[in-house]
Design a protein around this ligand. Structure first.
Ligand code: CA
Length: 231
């Protein structure tokens, strides 16, 4: 059973989330502020975190940033306004996803499911399925361990960044539109916009490329989308 940590200070919302998640067979733990959330995450691992942006003492942005220093757990940010979405995307905190309040149970559950599907891309039906490691120059993607290494040094990537990288790397030379990537990597009818893809690509490039402005691995086809280099 997957364990979800809900970080939210509003009791009524916690109650609703707990009820909906438990009904969908998730185990739910609740933290009412950021400090408590971080302490709980350090003590025991969770499969996914729902992180409210507006929290007392320490807001969701800070919590996300701190969590990323020790954990790559999938994080879905709960935001109250569309303007906050810009911040979530713009600040590049390492959150995997976001939903805007008010959200329907159906939407939230779809997002949770999509973010929990860690192995989905890895088990895709391509000729590289059976390979456990993909090597491209200095870059190595270890599918089983979900690790990315450059010259044998691990690069910390989030779950979503990993899935996007792996998806592109499994289809070298194939150009994918942002819309396609949202559908295939994010894995549901995405209600957000295509900037999510751009931001995730930018973050990935900053991590894996020697010169993010002049990338070797993830390339842009202007007006069309992104593709992985072909050796
Ligand atoms: Ca709140």
């Amino acid at each position: 059973m997957n364990q979800i940590l809900v970080v939210e200070d509003e009791e009524s919302i916690c109650g609703i989330l707990k009820y909906q998640l438990e009904r969908s067979n998730y185990q739910v733990a609740i933290a009412v502020d950021g400090e408590q959330a971080i302490a709980m995450m350090k003590q025991s691992p969770y499969d996914l975190v729902l992180l409210d942006l507006m929290l007392p003492y320490k807001d969701g942005f800070e919590v996300c940033r701190e969590v990323r220093q020790f954990s790559m757990v999938p994080i879905i940010m709960l935001t109250a306004r569309d303007t906050e979405v810009d911040k979530v995307l713009g600040l590049e905190l390492g959150a995997d996803d976001y939903v805007t309040k008010p959200f329907s149970a159906r939407e939230l559950l779809a997002r949770i499911k999509a973010n929990l599907r860690r192995q989905s891309v890895a088990t895709e039906d391509t000729d590289t399925t059976k390979k456990e490691k993909l090597q491209f120059g200095e870059l190595m993607i270890d599918i089983k361990l979900m690790q990315v290494l450059r010259n044998n040094v691990e690069i910390l990537v989030t779950h979503r960044e990993f899935e996007l990288l792996l998806y592109l790397a499994k289809h070298p030379g194939v150009v994918f539109s942002r819309e396609q990537l949202l559908q295939d990597v994010w894995g549901y009818d995405y209600l957000g916009d295509e900037r999510t893809v751009d931001v995730t690509v930018r973050r990935l490039r900053e991590k894996i490329e020697r010169d993010p402005g002049n990338p070797d691995y993830i390339l842009t086809r202007r007006g069309a989308g992104y593709y992985f280099r072909r050796d």
